[in-house]
Ligand binder design. Structure first.
Ligand code: PLP
Length: 358
């Protein structure tokens, strides 16, 4: 039986994407590959109607962390003063990257799952000491959707530049591309876009790429990737098959109504799961209105270990996801990204009833 992936990426693929990945053997130094690369860049910008005169999508081989790393390493100047907003694993990873690259940074820290304190952020920005903010849009640690519209508007007010980890939200949640502060967002093919792993991307304002900063990395230097891609080239071997899959996945996203329709679909699936679990006495970790459409966290039911829950559901053909760090024994996570049919949802309801309700 084909397992349905309810972990936050990689996702269950559509048949179209699965076929596209092996559609053709392509050399990455041939015009056919550069045509594909051009189309994918164009399609990525079209998801949120980003003006190609102002924005470009830089494709990089690697995982979501590679996109975060490329963004931080390439776009934060050496004399910058970075503020990292932390309320989960991925905010803390942004700080780790700043530390590895020797960037001067401070953190606005909140316990995992808590809200970013916008009053404290306002105060820090008003001090005039911060030049850049790095934030996570959807903190996949708990499913919290950070208030990125407010964060962007504060950054605009204080003339501070914003870098966003949108790895688990790009393609399904609203992103403030219209705010002048937003310089770049990090994303990946294998989450809300429904492609396969291996291809990361950073959507960048062209002005941010033109700063001519001294490189901190060879293989994750965004201006080099962008310059090569603009000349219908590529600096290194790119994940060609992941790009073939992503092109198909982006066509499917477009046909299905774009990111807003995807958000509606994910929200429906997430609230159906919450209702089934609620009827079985399983409580959500965060209120629905604070959670993303992509993923929600749930308290592990009393007397049931994560392993028993996971293994029981796996026998029914569903893969769920554990909590991270200290949350490993407290919560479990259900993502509703990927190709999930109504029939899969009906089977999932039965599986929950059997494994939890028994
Ligand atoms: C918000 C966020 N950022 C970054 C990452 C890292 O992505 P990867 O595991 O592909 O490196 C993830 C992974 O789930 C994520 O959810």
């Amino acid at each position: 039986m084909r397992a349905i992936l309810l972990n936050p990426g990689p996702v269950s693929l559509s048949d179209g994407v699965r076929r596209a990945v092996t559609r053709v053997d392509l050399c990455h130094r041939e015009p056919e590959f550069f045509d594909l690369q051009d189309r994918v860049i164009k399609d990525l910008l079209e998801i949120y109607a980003c003006d190609p005169a102002e924005w470009t999508a830089v494709l990089v081989g690697g995982s979501g962390t590679s996109a975060m790393e490329a963004m931080v390493a390439s776009l934060v100047p050496r004399d910058a003063s970075l503020l990292v907003l932390e309320n989960g694993v991925y905010g803390e990873r942004l700080s780790k990257l700043a530390s590895i690259y020797g960037i001067s940074y401070e953190t606005l820290h909140a316990p995992w799952g808590d809200e970013v304190d916008l009053d404290a952020l306002t105060e820090l920005l008003a001090s005039g000491q911060v030049t850049h903010v790095a934030a996570v849009h959807h903190e996949t640690t708990t499913g919290r959707l950070n208030r990125v519209a407010e964060i962007a508007s504060l950054c605009d007010q204080h003339n501070v530049q914003l870098l966003l980890d949108a790895v688990s939200s790009f393609g399904a949640e609203a992103i403030p591309f219209g705010n002048a502060c937003l310089q770049a967002i990090a994303a990946t093919a294998n989450k809300c876009l429904h492609g396969i792993p291996g291809l990361a991307m950073v959507l960048c304002r062209r002005t941010a790429l033109e700063l001519d900063l001294e490189p901190r990395s060879l293989s994750l230097h965004l201006p080099s990737w962008a310059a090569a891609q603009a000349k219908r080239s590529t600096p290194f071997t790119p994940p060609v098959n992941a790009m073939l899959g992503l092109e198909q996945a982006l066509q499917e996203l477009h046909k299905q109504g774009g990111w807003e329709a995807r958000r509606v679909r994910y929200r429906k699936l997430a609230s159906d799961v919450a209702e089934t679990l609620g009827n079985l006495g399983v409580q959500q970790w965060l209120p629905a209105e604070q959670s993303s459409c992509v993923l929600r966290s749930y308290h592990l039911p009393e007397g049931l270990t994560y392993d028993t829950l996971h293994d029981g559901l796996k026998q029914h053909g569903f893969i769920i996801y554990a909590g991270q760090g200290d949350f490993v024994e407290k919560l479990f996570r259900i993502s509703t990204m990927g190709e999930i049919s109504d029939y899969d949802m009906a089977r999932l309801e039965q599986a929950f009833q059997t494994v939890i309700g028994a």
